[in-house]
Design a protein around this ligand. Structure first.
Ligand code: ADP
Ligand code: 5GP
Length: 182
């Protein structure tokens, strides 16, 4: 596996599910915990799912260069805290970022050696079904995510590899192959 791996794909495609499965099988992988100004969803844990910050605090951290990359997505700010990523890379751990398209583009400039994977849905209808099935987003948030998904899906060719997340187990095996995890 590359020292730094980026996983991107439209909201609801199953990135979080795939990453959780990958880490279960490969506990040596360290997954970055992002900061966000989005409100926590039921069950999300501060410091585990995200660091939940006010917009003011987030912007202060942007000012002092605290993020490796950051972007606005569907009305909220998201960013990768710089220091823990640099520490894990320095310690030789494989590092994985699960981020949206604009952030992946920034990482492409700052870490050209990073390996970037794009996750696609079997169809746009299935993507919508998954976002709705997750049952955590307001109708307005769903619409913003679906709009953004159309843009993100056009960027697939920018990535080093891509896969369709249809059957979960098959997708996990494909992802392992793409990442050279055997
Ligand atoms: P993302 O992190 O990309 O926003 P999630 O991992 O939260 O997406 O998945 C969105 C929804 O789709 C969840 O309800 C999840 O259980 C479901 N899901 C994920 N992968 C699959 C799959 N391969 N087949 C069917 N449903 C899936
Ligand atoms: P959600 O609100 O569904 O958790 O995440 C929305 C989008 O933000 C997803 O595409 C997710 O990959 C992305 N995201 C999560 N953390 C980060 C981050 O640190 N930086 C960037 N650029 N995107 C992120």
């Amino acid at each position: 596996m590359a020292r730094l791996t980026v996983i991107t794909g439209p909201s609801g495609v199953g990135k979080g599910t795939l990453v959780a499965g990958l880490v279960r099988r490969h506990p040596e992988i360290w997954v970055s915990v992002s900061a966000t100004t989005r409100a926590p969803r039921p069950g999300e844990i501060e410091g585990e799912t995200y660091f939940f910050l006010s917009r003011e605090l987030f912007e202060q951290r942007v000012e002092v260069g605290g993020f490796l990359e950051w972007a606005e997505f569907a009305g909220n700010l998201y960013g990768t805290p710089r220091q823990p990523v640099e520490e894990h890379l320095a310690a030789g751990s494989p590092v994985l970022l699960e981020i949206e398209l604009e952030g992946a583009r920034q990482v492409r400039h700052t870490f050209p050696a990073a390996f970037q994977v794009f996750i696609k849905p079997p169809s746009f209808q299935e993507l919508e079904r998954r976002i709705r099935g997750r049952g955590t987003d307001s109708e307005e948030a769903i619409q913003r995510r679906l709009q953004r998904a159309r843009v993100e899906l056009e960027a697939e060719a920018e990535f080093d590899a891509s896969l369709i997340n249809d059957d979960l187990e098959a997708s996990l095996q494909l992802l392992e192959q793409r990442l050279g995890l055997g």
